[in-house]
Ligand binder design. Sequence first.
Ligand SMILES: Cc1cc2nc3c(=O)[nH]c(=O)nc-3n(C[C@H](O)[C@H](O)[C@H](O)COP(=O)(O)OP(=O)(O)OC[C@H]3O[C@@H](n4cnc5c(N)ncnc54)[C@H](O)[C@@H]3O)c2cc1C
Length: 406
Amino acid sequence: MSTFSLDPGADQLAVRDWLHGFAADVMRPAAAEWDEREETPWPVIQEAAKLGIYSLDFYAQQYFDPSGVGIPIAMEELFWGDAGIGLSIVGTTLAAVAVLANGTDEQIGTWAPQMFGTPDDVKVAAFCSSEPDAGSDVSALRTRAVYDEAKDEWVLNGTKTWATNGGIAAVHVVVATVDPALGARGHASFVVPPGTPGLSQGQKFKKHGIRASHTAEVVLDSVRVPGHCLLGGKEKLDERLARAREGVRSGGGRNAAMATFEASRPAVGAQAIGIARAAYEVALDYARTRVQFGRPIIDNQGVAFQLADMKTRIDAARLLVWRASWMAANNQPFTSAEGSMSKLYAGETAKWVTAQAMQILGGNGFTREYPVERMHRDSAIYSIFEGTSEIQRLVIARAISGMPIR
Ligand SMILES: Cc1cc2nc3c(=O)[nH]c(=O)nc-3n(C[C@H](O)[C@H](O)[C@H](O)COP(=O)(O)OP(=O)(O)OC[C@H]3O[C@@H](n4cnc5c(N)ncnc54)[C@H](O)[C@@H]3O)c2cc1C
């Protein structure tokens, strides 16, 4: 177990500086354009791939960093650059983590590299869990997977929604029910390989923020995938289903799923911190130089205190994120749902800080001539995806009380 430390070490600081350079020189100048175009910024992803920032190796290295802060540092820096482009670059990791968490070594080795492609032919991946009638309540999902024993194939039917990179991905990871009577315990995850017939993109959503990131419905119409595309394999699934049917309530599966969420949520919190820090920096700079009543507006306590609160909340959010990331890397039990806590606080902080930044910039803050308006729009997703703020509070409340709070 590594000792909890707020000093990331020389290697991590070097990675941070390297990413900062990319965020400042490549992402920032492209941010407004791709926000307006509302399209996946393929040239920027390709540039990131050429530099090794968009690659399986890079994320694996950060993911397995024993301090735990490799991923949050990377996320914060990229999202400081731009959140829409940032999500286009890191969206693939959602699907990769699903394979990493549930797949066999062979499945990880087969599918994870195909999710990223190569620097000359970059690909993205999508994780498809949410459905029109199953958002916060994932147990309600209806996409069905039926086993065709004669062909050793699974047949998937259903409609997924809100999938980041849905329909444009090479590899889709789809969560489906194999036994609806078992609720969430009857779910399994499947890889849909590139070019599989029957999978198509439905509606592409026009969004309030993170507009460079592609979000769409994914329609699965009798999609047939080979037996080996079931993550974890059939034997493991059959054992799990048998236990569930016997009514064995070990809670092991649910606990494992919760532990995965607790470990992944801090990374999303770190993205929100990147946005908040970016907006804070713009506001600080502006407050120092904007002159009204013959003095810089930061000379007023009303403005200076606002900036003091912004910085304090950003640092507090980062501490929560780093603590939870360290806990995940060191297999510490999340007894108070510390991962959810970090995502809740960082997400709400990003919304609040970006709103304050707009206020400090006055009329300019309200225009697209300055970036804080975009940052404010981008921040709004952080109380919605990866579990809404209400769901984070529910998880925390249950963890601290031991009660089945509804
Ligand atoms: C841009 C974007 C990208 C996304 N990317 C992906 C992706 O890649 N893959 C994927 O699978 N999903 C993705 N999602 C889906 C996202 O995770 C869901 O939108 C989210 O889980 C909320 O579900 P919902 O939108 O159906 O809202 P609902 O669950 O319908 O919630 C509506 C409101 O009710 C509240 N609420 C619901 N239940 C409770 C409760 N028990 N107590 C208190 N309040 C409650 C919620 O907090 C919310 O405020 C994405 C969504 C967006 C917008």
